[in-house]
Ligand binder design. Sequence first.
Ligand code: APR
Length: 235
Amino acid sequence: MPAAVRNIVVLTGAGISAESGLDTFRGPGGLWEGHRVEDICTPEALARNRPLVLDFYDQRRAALGRVKPNAAHEALARLDAKWAGDLLIVTQNVDDLHERAGAKRLLHMHGELMSALCEGCGGRAAFGGAMLDGPECAMCGEGGGVRPDIVFFGEMPYEMDRIEAALAEADLFVSIGTSGAVYPAAGYVQMARHFGAETLELNLEPSAGSYNFDESRMGPASVLVPAWVDEVLRG
Ligand code: APR
């Protein structure tokens, strides 16, 4: 670890939730098997077959009730509670396991399953039900236009300005459980390096972007993340 770490940016992906029982996207048995990505998570798919897309995300939302945070989410929440410097946990995940573990300095760049987006008023509101039931927007009261608050392929991720500002200030960038296949998140390691941060990857196996990191550690997140958090908090 670099001597004077103060500002940390952590990027997480589906791999951090795998040991909680949520499928990753690209692994064997991954979430997209049986469903072509372009059939599910694009604005065009929503326009073409709205019930299919709503049902897909309704099922994923319901699945959250059957899983709980694992030791990796808990370790990041511990880091969040104890770290005196700046910290931003940027997750690509749409599950709510980071916040259920207690993380506060957290941002969901690809949206959230437990949130609804109204195509009418643009409002976003907490949502725990089934969209196939045709709920009304909690903000404007209109029905029929409520969709998953998920960033589809071809849509702009949330809070890019805040993420890039944090990367510009980071001394340490840590990527956890992501395949490095999807931009812009896959480019954050280069951005962080460009701004002078040390970079560390914690992943089950080498990823598409492993060569970009100063250090890569391979293993399950439930083991690697708590060990890394202990290391950082020890100083
Ligand atoms: N511990 C650590 N890493 C793991 C574990 C584990 N227990 N299990 C799997 N992994 C790793 C895999 O080896 C893989 O490199 O997690 C990574 C998961 O990669 P993806 O399935 O591609 O998920 P992610 O990188 O989060 O996908 C990015 O793609 O489809 C879009 O919007 C979706 O946010 C998602 C984005």
